[in-house]
Design a binder for this molecule. Sequence first.
Ligand code: RET
Length: 285
Amino acid sequence: LISLLGNSTFENYVGAGSGFTEMAYQMSSHVLTLGYAVMLAGLLYFVLTIKTVAPKYRISSVLSVVVMVSAFLLLLVQQQNWTGAMIYDAESARYILGDGNDLFNNGYRYLNWLIDVPMLLFQILFVVTLTKSSFSSIRNGFWFSGTGMIVTGYIGQYYEVTSPSTFFIWGFISTLFFFHILWLMKKVITEGKEGAPPAAQKYLGSIWTLFLVTWMLYPGAYLMPYLFSLGLEPALTETAVVARHITYTVADIGSKVIYGILLTLTAQEMSKAEGYDYEKMENAL
Ligand code: RET
């Protein structure tokens, strides 16, 4: 198989090997569809709530809009890549890799992150006020490590079947960038809490938990074929394929949509504390 499929991801190897049962194929297709549908719904939320926060916080909503548009488009293409790669084989009653079609690759996701990761990281800087760190040095760190993490992971994912050691080395380098991002974000949230009204402090605490949990899901999805084999050979099973699609979708909804909503709620509390109360303004919406 390796000579036929080369550096393609393990989803193709499963498609060319055992193929996918109806349930595994459809669940994958549906969860990928849910992903882009939620982004369009989120887009409306961020547009419609922009005036509920004081003008200086509105860049955060604008960045959520940017994230939603890019995620909607790239996740739509990702879903079409899945259905386009597999065909139904009536003889075996399974979905198998189609001859002559594009292979499946998670790369659309990675390109989406290239836009969204820096945007999501910058976004919080427009809501909180830093007490010690400088805005521009945090912003540069976010940008540098955000893109570094994704580009190295993007290269690594090509080797998940053909060369586990290459796959793990790129994954490890990517993880170093990831730790730098976590350290910067912890700093931003800790400083942001100082001087924020109590209700906003509570939201900032939830944002940190959400951030930790949802961002950790991405490396989990990267490792998925190995998590299912618990060894140095990737598990070429449909369960691992479905688990990866679900993990990415859950992570995307949490890290982009729920995160954006929590930042909107934080900014609403801060706006209120500064005398901008949209609930009292007749023409806010
Ligand atoms: C990779 C490669 C393996 C190691 C690590 C990774 C981390 C990825 C992350 C992605 C976050 C993406 C987000 C997208 C939202 O739009 C690249 C999978 C650590 C943390 C938040």
